[in-house]
Design a protein around this ligand. Structure first.
Ligand SMILES: C[S@@+](CC[C@H](N)C(=O)[O-])C[C@H]1O[C@@H](n2cnc3c(N)ncnc32)[C@H](O)[C@@H]1O
Length: 213
């Protein structure tokens, strides 16, 4: 489902900075070789993630859901010069593929790529994060926010992708993932720990700022 008129979306993309050569290659290669390439953030959302990261200049970024590494590289563009990004994915089959991209980007020492179940891994992390990007399994969004919020600094930002779920949040006959997203959006709307804005960009991005402990 397109939330924005397609010609307007195209115009917006044509007036948005290009992605790097490496990102373009990852995008193309993922579509040619990897299952479910729709999961990749892509040019427009990638530039938004990069811009937000540049605005915050985070020292510590956490990403839940690496996939082929596209969004991790976009977010890493805005890292503080001493910053580091941690990205977690449960799918070990893509490990070599992702590590190749991280190395090609020259970010081997800046990106900590962890294979594992994010709900198990996050409580073990030592960092306090300035920026978090949630983009993994939708049924756990409600749980991710609770483990992530304790690891986010006061005033830090959390982004959650796919919160409009192709518009299914407004339809009857909802499936399990849609119900999880609806519950997550309701939970965030009532959560006094964050201020939030639901941006109807691409598949919907919930932007949250941690305002209390
Ligand atoms: C939508 S894709 C991420 C796309 C990526 N952020 C991008 O924009 O290019 C979701 C990823 O979450 C991973 N995932 C699913 N369940 C997970 C879990 N419990 N822990 C960590 N990663 C998980 C999947 O293996 C998949 O690669």
């Amino acid at each position: 489902m397109n939330f924005i008129d397609q010609s307007i979306q195209l115009y917006a993309e044509q007036h948005t900075s290009e992605e790097s050569h490496l990102l373009k290659n990852i995008n193309r290669d993922t579509h040619a070789k990897v299952l479910m390439p729709r999961m990749l953030s892509g040019h427009f959302q990638g530039r938004i993630l990069s811009m937000i990261s540049h605005m915050i200049k985070p020292k510590h970024i956490l990403e839940i859901g690496t996939y082929t590494g596209y969004s991790a590289l976009c977010l890493a563009e805005g890292l503080h010069q001493d910053g580091r990004l941690t990205t977690i994915d449960i799918n070990e089959e893509l490990e070599d593929y992702v590590r190749t991209h991280i190395n090609k980007a020259g970010l081997t020492t800046k990106i900590n790529f962890i294979i594992g179940d994010a709900l198990q891994v996050i409580p073990t992390l030592k960092e306090t994060f300035d920026l978090v990007f949630m983009d993994a399994d939708k049924e756990n969004y409600g749980e991710y926010i609770d483990v992530v919020i304790n690891k986010t600094r006061l005033g830090g930002f959390i982004l959650a992708d796919n919160v409009l779920w192709s518009g299914k949040v407004l339809r009857d006959n909802q499936d399990k993932d849609t119900i999880s997203i609806i519950n997550f959006n309701q939970k965030i709307q009532q959560d006094k720990r964050v201020e939030n804005v639901l941006l109807p960009i691409r598949d919907g991005i919930m932007i949250m700022r941690k305002v209390s402990l």
